[in-house]
Write a protein that binds this ligand. Structure first.
Ligand code: GMT
Length: 397
């Protein structure tokens, strides 16, 4: 197949998944064209059958807010025409699903590549609900030829909040390269991160408010009053300064290290004894899965799709959002008990390999694309002014 992939290229789960998917599909013989405003952060080095197309945006004095959605639509249109794409897969609905739809409308009255939209999280649960975006998001996702969500939780949310018909959405969970993300990698950075042999708690995110990184620090301060520990914070974002300040206030700053953004977190995760993810909302929790693949148990909040990834009491513990006391207690119960930590770490790794391994999930996407191309996926009948999918003209003259 000739595929286009559009995603946010900076640090974030949806861009990471989109890039890994493109790379895996190219390995399997497909031609993959990434279309975005910058090369996705995990797209490094030369790979056969992989192309990157940068969306061009010119400064113009009138544009206080340059219309990226339109420039992206033009780029998708150009790439789809020049390379005769069969299908464009957009990750995160806003504005990608809309731009892809516009691009296709520009092609001979709507003939063009099929559009698959993967919904990742806040495009549905947060920003997509805002009055400025709700109707266009609903319009665009309902016009995608194929719709996927990364968890059952998000499927349900999409159906409820956007009136998408129940049988339209396919749940395809995020996946992980379990060769790259694995326990006991070399070199081991443990001596550098915890020179005194302390236990290592780790958190990786983009430090937005939804991640509640203050809670990570609160949990750590409580754990540290029970045992020698260090907290390694990986990533950056708007909440970083507040979390640093909270660490100072709690008197634990000397044992908290903020490493900043990191392109290959697998080099760090395997050094951790525990991963902490106390998010307010999490449609899947890719960071938790990455830790689990490295054999690291997780203490997280019981929200969104996290219970579909972390099995409470088996690969970690799930606690109510904001309950830092309970999270700290759960963390200590793992860190202070070597046998429990080992058993949970093994369970975490097994879950990652058996349920979320790339070799298991990537072919699911491939089969879904084939279904979409064969028009076997249901497109709603009642969209005003549209012919049923089977009657619409196909690409080409
Ligand atoms: O939706 C977002 O907040 C952005 C997105 C991202 O790009 O990081 O995160 C979401 O997608 C990830 C990949 O599918 C999921 O692992 C995250 O749980 C999800 N974030 C939220 O739901 C807050």
């Amino acid at each position: 197949m000739r595929l286009g992939i559009t995603c946010y290229p900076t640090y974030g789960g949806s861009g990471a998944v989109a890039t890994e998917l493109g790379l895996a599909l190219a390995e399997r013989g497909h031609e993959v064209h990434f279309i975005s405003y910058a090369a996705p952060f995990r797209l490094v080095g030369f790979r056969e059958r992989i192309y990157f197309h940068e969306v061009e945006m010119d400064e113009y004095p009138l544009f206080e807010h340059p219309p990226y959605s339109l420039a992206l639509a033009v780029a998708i249109h150009e790439v789809a025409s020049q390379h005769e794409l069969d299908l464009v897969h957009v990750h995160y609905a806003i504005p990608h699903a809309t731009s892809a739809w516009i691009a296709r409308q520009m092609m001979n009255g709507g003939r063009g590549p099929k559009i698959v939209t993967t919904l990742h999280g806040t495009d549905i649960t947060l920003i997509g609900q805002h009055p400025s975006f709700h109707s266009i998001t609903r319009f665009s996702i309902r016009r995608s030829d194929g719709l996927t969500t990364v968890s059952e939780f998000l499927r349900h949310e999409t159906e409820e909040s956007f009136g998408v018909e129940p049988d339209r959405i396919r749940v395809i969970p995020n996946f992980i390269d379990t060769e790259r993300y694995r326990p006991e990698r070399e070199p081991c950075h443990r001596p550098a991160l915890a020179p005194g042999g302390e236990k290592i708690l780790m958190h990786v995110s983009n430090f937005r408010a939804v991640k509640r990184i203050d809670d990570v620090v609160e949990v750590f301060a409580r754990v540290r009053s029970h045992l020698a520990a260090r907290l390694v914070m990986v990533g950056d974002g708007p909440e970083r300064a507040r979390a640093q300040q909270r660490a100072e206030e709690l008197g634990v700053a000397d044992d908290v290290v903020f490493l900043g953004k990191h392109t290959s977190v697998e080099e760090l995760l395997h050094c951790a004894d525990l991963f902490v993810l106390p998010s307010e909302s999490e449609s899947f929790g890719l960071a938790a899965l990455e830790a689990m693949a490295c054999g690291v148990p997780v203490v997280a909040s019981r929200v969104g799709g996290l219970p579909e990834v972390v099995e409470d009491g088996v690969s970690g513990f799930l606690l109510p959002v904001g309950d830092v006391e309970a999270m700290a207690e759960a963390a200590v119960s793992i860190l202070a008990d070597g046998e429990r930590a080992r058993t949970m770490g093994l369970a975490a790794r097994s879950t990652a390999v058996e349920r979320f391994g790339a070799e298991r999930i990537v072919p699911v996407y491939e089969r879904f694309y084939e279904e979409v191309l064969r028009e076997e996926v249901r497109v709603p009948a009642g969209l005003p002014g549209e012919l049923p999918a089977s009657k619409r003209a196909r690409r080409g003259p």
